[in-house]
Each structure stands twice: as C-alpha cells, then as structure tokens.
Design a protein around this ligand. Structure first.
Ligand code: HEC
Length: 107
C-alpha cells in the first residue's frame, strides 16, 4: 500500500509530539521555577533568601505564602514596600500562586 510510509511518518510525528508534551521539563514544578526566576528572583534571589530589596520568601510555608500573595493581590496585606508586591502579584492567577507556593515551600 502506497500510503504506508506517509502514515508511519505521520504517526511517528504524532507520537513524538506526545512525548514532547509529556517531557518532565515542562512539569508544573518547573513552570513555577521558571515563573519565579522570571518574575520574582530579581528582588528575592533565585533561592528566595535575598533581603536587600525585600523580605525573604525562603522559609515561608505554602499556606503562609498563599495568604500573603492573596493579600498583596487584594491589597489587604503588606509593609512599607507593599506597592512593589501589589504590582508583582496583580497578574498572577490563583493557579500561579498555588504552583509558586509549592515551589517556595521547598526553597
Ligand atoms: C521589584 C522587586 C520585587 C519583585 C519583582 C517581587 N517582589 Fe516580593 N517583595 C518585594 C518587597 C519590597 C517586599 C516587601 C513588601 C512589603 O513591605 O510588604 C516583598 C515581599 C514579598 C512577600 C512577603 C514576605 C513576607 O514574609 O511578608 C512574598 C511572599 C513575596 N514578596 C513573593 C514574591 C513573588 C512570588 C514574586 C514574583 C511573582 C515577587 N515577590 C516579586 C519585592 C519584590
């Protein structure tokens, strides 16, 4: 059958895409780390321990982190520099905060 080769090629391509989609490098934990490095690490440091510009996030439990982030988002929590964090928290979804909470709790 003449179609066999193109069919096999198409199937391999489909399987290859599936394999890529299941790549552990794209797991939620890695996505949270990528988000943290892109949007938080400049002030908090890659390990969340930097204190020059900000309070450390390292050491916060997932629950404490979530409460604080939701507080910044709702503008009900914060210290003297809270405006900075209100901006950082504004465009995070609940799912982002949840994933970041798991990431931060392991720092
Ligand atoms: C431009 C610098 C900056 C960036 C970017 C930034 N932060 Fe902050 N962060 C701060 C400052 C400053 C504070 C202290 C704010 C205050 O006075 O309440 C803070 C406080 C916090 C706190 C509260 C700590 C505590 O114990 O009260 C958390 C949690 C936090 N940041 C998480 C994050 C996360 C997650 C991101 C990325 C989405 C982020 N920050 C991005 C500067 C920054």
């Amino acid at each position: 059958m003449k179609l066999t080769l193109p069919l096999i090629l198409a199937l391999s391509l489909a399987l290859f895409s599936l394999a890529l989609a299941a790549d552990p490098a794209a797991s939620p934990a890695d996505a949270a780390q990528t988000l943290f490095n892109a949007k938080c690490a400049s002030c908090h440091g890659k390990d969340g321990s930097k204190t020059i510009l900000s309070k450390p996030v390292k050491g916060l439990s997932a629950d404490a982190f979530t409460t604080k982030m939701k507080g910044y988002k709702a503008k009900t929590y914060g210290g003297t520099k809270k405006a900075t964090m209100e901006k950082s928290a504004a465009d995070l979804s609940d799912a982002d905060i949840k994933a970041l909470a798991v990431f931060v709790a392991k720092l």
